[in-house]
Design a protein around this ligand. Structure first.
Ligand SMILES: *Cc1c(COP(=O)(O)O)cnc(C)c1O
Length: 457
């Protein structure tokens, strides 16, 4: 499989190069040149596999030139050895809703599923064997801890995590700031997530700086994250052996885009339901065609407090029939005018696969409360938005809701909703006693660069 960029189809990279680079030099996102659909025979074969072997087949499909299947299998098994669910994920039924729990990894969010694999992929790459690389990552709360857990104590790797100061939950911050050792640096940026992400993107676009520190990235703009997330859509379909909708709590459009890729690969599915919170840029663009970022508002679902959904660019590229010029025009509009507009045929194409629903905090709380009263089960607030969004779709297909985080991460919100304390899961039972480690840094590109240079001297 070869890769090019959403903004430049002349590029030609293999998996390893795009994995290490993360973001394309033209500011676009890396995408595979063409995805071949699995045949029915292939699908039948895949349906018999356990999670580890299925993950091996799917990941291998995207990186054949660089890794043997045996190697991928070894990486997968190692990556999921510290999960608290036998098959990595777990499926539960609550009347018409099926919940796909993705949060049994070491940091209690679905991001562990891709990040653990990424951590082990780095160790397999020669450049990392010979020189130190610096991974810089922005987080809206869960990516940071997942990256730290995956890369902690890895040889020749430093990790710099930028999170928005005071804009993530206390337990999210604690998980992130207590598990790291000497190669991990937490920066609490005086700003919101979009501003953290912007700083990271600007550093990627600065060739001199990027090369000086051997910079690499693990945000969901990294294609390797997407392919690891494709796996559980297939797994769930095979387990249920029926066509369903998938409702996904969405921020940066990475997780749901993985579902779209699964569909491209031949997985039968109904609608992909984009659940957003009040930061509803995605539900606005899908329902009206206008992509216009607003101010980021803080909500009870902080991991979705995002107004610039980076992975949406990949969808734009797909629905315009891989038209890099069109993507460049839209991205230029976004930069110059602060927004862009899709034409009606582009919108129509999106609506064939997606619907989108924005859910506010009041409704989120109500869903957590009702779900607990009906089923005795506690949803995390992000997952609750997707449960709520699923009620809007009536197409006779059952819906799978992606459970993206364990409710313990948002214990204060749960307390508010149902007046109960969430018991800390095994993974992090000792959390409250550990010492936190982070530095508060201004929202300023230069200051962040200097911080990194200082620490890597
Ligand atoms: C990151 C995250 C999301 C959003 O996922 P995207 O891939 O950014 O759309 C939703 N819920 C939780 C709990 C998250 O950590």
């Amino acid at each position: 499989m070869k890769y090019f960029s959403t903004r430049d189809k002349k590029l030609d990279y293999d998996f390893k190069s795009i994995f290490v680079r993360g973001l394309s030099p033209d500011g676009g996102l890396f995408v595979p040149k063409n995805i071949v659909k699995f045949s029915n025979e292939n699908l039948h074969h895949l349906s018999k596999l356990n999670y580890f072997d299925l993950a091996t087949e799917i990941i291998y499909f995207f990186c054949k030139e660089n890794f043997s299947k045996e190697k991928v299998n070894k990486i997968v098994k190692k990556s999921y050895s510290n999960f608290f669910s036998e098959n990595v994920v777990s499926i539960k039924k609550f009347e018409e809703i099926t919940l796909l729990e993705l949060y049994h990894g070491p940091t209690l969010a679905f991001k562990d599923i891709a990040m653990q694999v990424i951590g082990n992929l780095y160790s397999e790459i020669e450049i990392v064997k010979n020189k130190v690389i610096n991974i810089v990552v922005a987080t809206s709360g869960d990516t940071g801890s997942a990256a730290i857990s995956a890369l902690n104590n890895k040889k020749n790797i430093n990790v710099f995590v930028l999170h928005p100061h005071n804009k993530i939950s206390k337990n999210q911050r604690k998980i992130m700031t207590t598990i790291g050792s000497d190669n991990i640096f937490n920066l609490a940026i005086e700003g919101n997530f979009d501003e953290c992400q912007k700083i990271v993107k600007e550093m990627f676009a600065d060739d001199k700086f990027r090369e000086r520190i051997n910079m690499s990235g693990v945000n969901s703009i990294n294609w390797a994250r997407i392919i690891c997330q494709v796996v559980y859509y297939f797994y769930c379909y095979f387990k249920l052996s029926k066509k369903t909708n998938f409702s996904v709590p969405t921020g940066n459009f990475g997780d749901i885009y993985a579902g779209y890729i699964a569909k491209q690969m031949g997985l039968p599915m109904g609608k992909l339901i984009v659940a957003t919170n009040k930061n509803d840029i995605l539900s606005r663009v899908i329902n009206s065609g206008s992509y216009k970022p607003n101010e980021v508002k803080s909500t009870l679902t902080p991991s979705m407090d995002i107004q610039i959904a980076s992975n949406f660019e990949r969808l734009l590229f797909d629905i315009s029939n891989q038209n890099d010029e069109r993507v460049n025009v839209l991205m230029k509009d976004l930069k110059d005018k602060g927004s862009f507009d899709l034409n009606s045929s582009e919108r129509k194409t999106i609506l064939e696969s997606f619907t989108a629903v924005a859910v506010d905090d009041t409704e989120t709380i109500r869903v957590i409360r009702d779900f607990f009263n009906n089923f005795g089960f506690v949803l995390d607030p992000h997952t609750a938005t997707a449960v709520r969004a699923s009620y809007n779709v009536k197409n006779d297909l059952p819906t799978v809701v992606l459970g993206t985080a364990h409710p313990y991460k948002f214990a204060d919100t749960i307390k508010m909703a149902i007046n109960k304390d969430v018991v800390a899961p095994e993974q992090i039972a000792s959390l409250p006693d550990k010492k936190e480690k982070f530095d508060i840094v201004d929202r300023d590109l230069k200051k962040v660069k200097n911080y990194i240079l200082e620490k890597t001297k």
